[in-house]
Design a protein around this ligand. Structure first.
Ligand code: ADP
Ligand code: ASP
Ligand code: MG
Length: 425
């Protein structure tokens, strides 16, 4: 029996009862002969509450202190979980990210893991302990400051530890039975996926399916760590995310043509109005944004008006970076030479993902037909080899997701998808 890494999300450890339930599950794995490393998130909505608190004290809290604050959430749950396990008669030790050897760069609030040195975890396991690690946090290589990995970052902690410890599998326990063909909170008829390839999962995750964080999937693909996404509230098999299809009976599960529909309402749109249509303009706009360390998503440039020679450039970015982006562009207004800026945070993005798109003509046409039949207006479009995304009004998103899900025959004809807990916040 090998080593397993199990990650429990906030909804799985939302209260004392949840912590006790999860502790039992962990002890079962240990009793089955596994060495068990557990990565745990902050309880329930603790991280959101800490963020709200920080914003009441300061509109733009310093990154270092913000990270110090947020990592407290995971510390609470790791200690309580270790206590609950000991109460069941088993040995457990909890570790902060730093103690577990999670080394990151020094970009506060969205640090990247650059190394994992889990010496203390190995020792704890060798001494017969269950090791509990606080997710979502690390320590910066240069300044030795505490960092966080960005929202949902415990998924990445789990996969990074699984890779460093050469685990058999990384199990991600959450409040739904696996990865579905759409968010079960929006589409009741969403279907559970038995197996999905890293590539498709990566596109779903980066298009807003927050059941797995895209960085975690990226990491798992790089080190070829199979992920098993499942519910901590049921004993059901979940979804396998790996490079090779899993076996079911004597058959291999086949790759679906369309894997699913993702949506995202966490982005905003900035339109730079009245940009001279000459070489170098887009470059200077996006250089200003890049210098502010902001990642952008979609970009669209309109045709310039013949009379003025001016054009508009729109792009999308995380809402959380909106203020910073506007400030960065305003500061460079004269150098870039645009007329004004428009900010719109009432947008949503819907994406259709599937490797089969490459070889099946008509997918794009059917996607647009489904949106048009639902009366949804499209504002921006972007595509990759295996994904089509559109930006619409935020209010249209639920209806649009359901329409596309039905149009591609993804609706399940059996029971409704279950959401066991969590507020979806
Ligand atoms: P955790 O607290 O366990 O990290 P998250 O809230 O981060 O849980 O992720 C689980 C949630 O992801 C589900 O409750 C569900 O609403 C959402 N979700 C979005 N897209 C999907 C999808 N395609 N399949 C399953 N869940 C999804
Ligand atoms: N607690 C952090 C968050 O809410 C990290 C995580 O849950 O993965 O984003
Ligand atoms: Mg999560």
């Amino acid at each position: 029996m090998g080593l397993v890494v199990q990650k429990y999300g906030g909804s799985s450890v939302a209260d004392a009862e949840g912590i006790k339930r999860v502790a039992k599950r962990i002890v079962e794995a240990k009793k089955n002969g596994h060495q068990v490393v557990v990565v745990v998130s902050a309880m329930g909505d603790t991280t959101d509450e800490l963020i709200d608190l920080a914003e009441q004290v300061s509109p733009m809290p310093a990154g270092r202190e913000f990270d110090m604050l947020l990592t407290a959430g995971e510390r609470i749950s790791m200690a309580l979980l270790a206590m609950a396990i000991k109460n069941l008669g088993h040995e457990a030790q909890s570790f902060t990210g730093s103690q577990a050897g999670v080394i990151t760069d020094s970009v506060h609030n969205k640090a990247r893991i650059i190394d994992v040195t889990p010496g203390r975890i190995r020792t704890a396991l060798d001494e017969g302990n269950i090791a509990i690690v606080a997710g979502f946090q690390g320590v910066s290589a240069d300044k030795k400051d505490i960092t966080t990995l960005g929202r949902g970052g415990s998924d990445t902690t789990a996969v990074a530890l699984a890779a460093a410890l050469d685990a058999e599998v990384c199990e991600i326990y959450t409040d739904v039975d696996g990865v579905f063909t759409a968010d079960p909170r929006v589409v009741k008829k969403a279907r559970k996926i038995d197996w999905i390839a890293f590539e498709d999962m990566l596109e779903l995750a980066s298009s807003g399916s927050k059941v797995l964080l895209h960085r975690c999937v990226e990491y798992a693909r790089r080190y070829n760590i199979p992920i098993h996404v499942r519910s901590s509230f049921s004993g059901l098999q979940g979804t396998w995310v790996s490079s090779e299809p899993i076996e079911q009976g004597d058959k291999k599960v086949e790759q679906a043509i369309i894997s699913g529909v993702a949506h995202d309402t966490s982005e905003a749109k900035i339109t730079v109005v009245g940009v001279p249509d000459k070489p170098g303009e887009a470059a200077s706009i996006f250089r200003a944004i890049a210098n502010a360390e902001i990642n952008i998503d979609m970009v669209v440039q309109n045709v310039s008006a013949v009379t003025t020679g001016l054009t508009d450039i729109s792009f999308t970015l995380p809402k959380t970076e909106g203020r910073k982006a506007i400030d960065a562009l305003e500061k460079n207004k004269t150098a870039i030479g645009f007329e004004s800026l428009r900010y719109d945070d009432q947008i949503g993005k819907i994406s259709l993902v599937g490797a089969g798109m490459k070889t099946n003509p008509g997918v794009t046409a059917s996607f647009f037909e489904a949106l048009s039949d639902a009366g949804v207006n499209i504002e921006l479009i972007s595509t990759s080899e295996i994904r089509i995304s559109v930006v619409t009004r935020a209010d249209d998103v639920p209806e649009a997701v359901r329409a596309v899900h039905t149009a591609f025959g993804l609706d399940s004809d059996s029971a409704e998808a279950v959401v066991y807990g969590g507020t979806g916040r």
